[in-house]
Ligand binder design. Structure first.
Ligand SMILES: [Zn+2]
Length: 147
């Protein structure tokens, strides 16, 4: 198996940790970094795991869903109330959890499905690292390093 990693930097979006007992329960933003590690057993005809120039489907997904969005957890009791109060002020994205760890797990599933589809199942995503700033990050790994 061989891997390679694509790094997306400075993606601005907000979140809030509705269960947190500190300031993380307030809506706040970060310029997030997302590192996606791809894996395959057989390199393509160019000797690549993936062609970095042909990953627009991933940057487009990030732009469409996360850029300038606010990520809410499904279970956030204020999500609907906040959105309904001023719908034009929100670009909402929902995930099971909007912690760094929760987003890494969520994005691993999303990107893995997209990458398998776009590579005829030759390539999969084995890890996604999400950083909310220069100090804090979380990494989700696929259940196995193999297909
Ligand atoms: Zn935060």
């Amino acid at each position: 198996m061989t891997t390679c990693t694509k790094k997306y930097f400075d993606i601005p979006f907000a979140h809030r940790q509705h269960l947190h007992d500190g300031h993380c329960s307030f809506v706040h933003g970060h310029n997030w970094d997302i590192f996606i590690t791809f894996a395959c057993d057989n390199l393509d005809e160019n000797g690549f795991v993936v062609d970095f120039g042909k990953l627009k489907f991933l940057s487009e997904w990030i732009r469409k869903n996360l850029d300038h969005a606010c990520v809410f957890a499904h279970a956030d009791p204020l999500r609907e109330k906040l959105a309904a109060a001023a719908p034009e002020a929100w670009k909402i994205y929902e995930a099971e959890s909007c912690s760094c760890e929760g987003l890494a797990e969520h994005l691993l599933k999303v990107f893995d499905a997209l990458v398998r589809e776009n590579s005829n199942n030759r390539v999969w995503v084995c890890a996604v690292e999400v950083s909310e700033d220069k100090k804090n990050s979380a990494t989700a790994y696929g259940k196995s390093f193999s297909k």
